[in-house]
Design a protein around this ligand. Sequence first.
Ligand code: SF4
Length: 439
Amino acid sequence: MAKAFDFGVERLAGTGVAAEAGTHEHSQDGCATGRTFFLETFGCQMNEHDSEKVAGVLLARGYRQVEKPEAASVVLYNTCSIREKAAQKVFSRLGEYRTTKKDGQIIGVLGCVAQQEGEEIFARAPWVSLVCGSASYRKLPQMIAQLEAGNTRVTGLDTDTDETFETEMTRRDNPWRAYLTIIEGCDKACSYCVVPFTRGPERSRASGSILREVKELADLGYTEVQLLGQTVNSYADPTPTSSGRQMRFSELLVAVAEVAGIRRVRFTTSHPRDFGKDIVEAIEAVPGICNHVHLPVQSGSTAVLRAMQRTYTRDEYLEKMEMIRAAKRTISVTTDIIVGFPGETEDDFRDTLRLMEEVRYDGAFTFKYSPRPNTPSLKMADAIPEEEKSRRLAILMEKQREIQAGLMRHAWGRGTNCWLAGNREEKTSGAGIRRITKL
Ligand code: SF4
């Protein structure tokens, strides 16, 4: 949703510089010409952070952010296609501008729906001037320059890029926690997912550049860094550090946590295939790395996992969980689960419920399967009726509620607060015994 944005120049941080809006060469002429932008964001943390960078690009060009679209010379929608009928919703929102659009006002669509619908957006909403998918954000400054120069339509729809989106300036929303994308795109090709299509192939940001930005963030007073990626733990350092080595993801976690002033490091989302013991060891060894792993399982049935092209079996996932549960610090685990994937039988669904009982997740994001454009599962037979999907989802949610209630009772019984309140768990003894202490 639309973000609040009370910020000062001291909260602006860029790559390679702690940027100050007023000192940029474009700033003064931008302010003088009264260029303003309104930016609305839907979707995940990666989208939120992309919007922070898009805002940085515009601020660096002298634009000022405003709270209402009618007050803006540029209106941008950063869209998400995770929800069903996402494109329809975007077109309906764009329709609201058909009559209210002022002369010279630029309307742009960013993100997954932009990538998915492409130039079709111009055909259906001719008042739109800019369409840019997230894999092409690197080109945004040039695209905006083209619009400023009088071009009426610009697009950025390439996905075959090996570049990541780094900006001279990022306008962050949170005063103490900074998002930082370390890997963009995805190579995993899960059969239900649009991300490989909308965000392109995996591209990792150089560790040296990441650590430089973390130091700048610490200097600006940020104490928490959340490393982001669709598959964050598939990070592959593209360039050697000064010591001549490419960092593994676990080494990067440690290096970020060791930056003076950074007290907490979080990371999301991890892919089970690339989740190794070295990550658990990093969490065990470094208290600044938060003891929480979001490890989407999606299904407890190997047959469904195969159909989903998830690249691991139920047993392989449970082995990863054993490794996490055996850690010296208790590690909270959350997950994502989809019910009603094409061909999911009642037995497959029961396997998912059994897996939940076995793992006892601290939290679960649960979804009914719904087909997405440009995904292989769109053509799969054996669709599950909507009512059946809803029934399975309700059972799954109830199961998770029971599990969480049990975990909470256990925690409260020990006179402690729950991790959901932002506290940290520490293992005292034995599997499943948790002591929760405030940070
Ligand atoms: S790992 Fe699968 S679900 Fe996650 S972004 Fe990649 S393709 Fe999508």
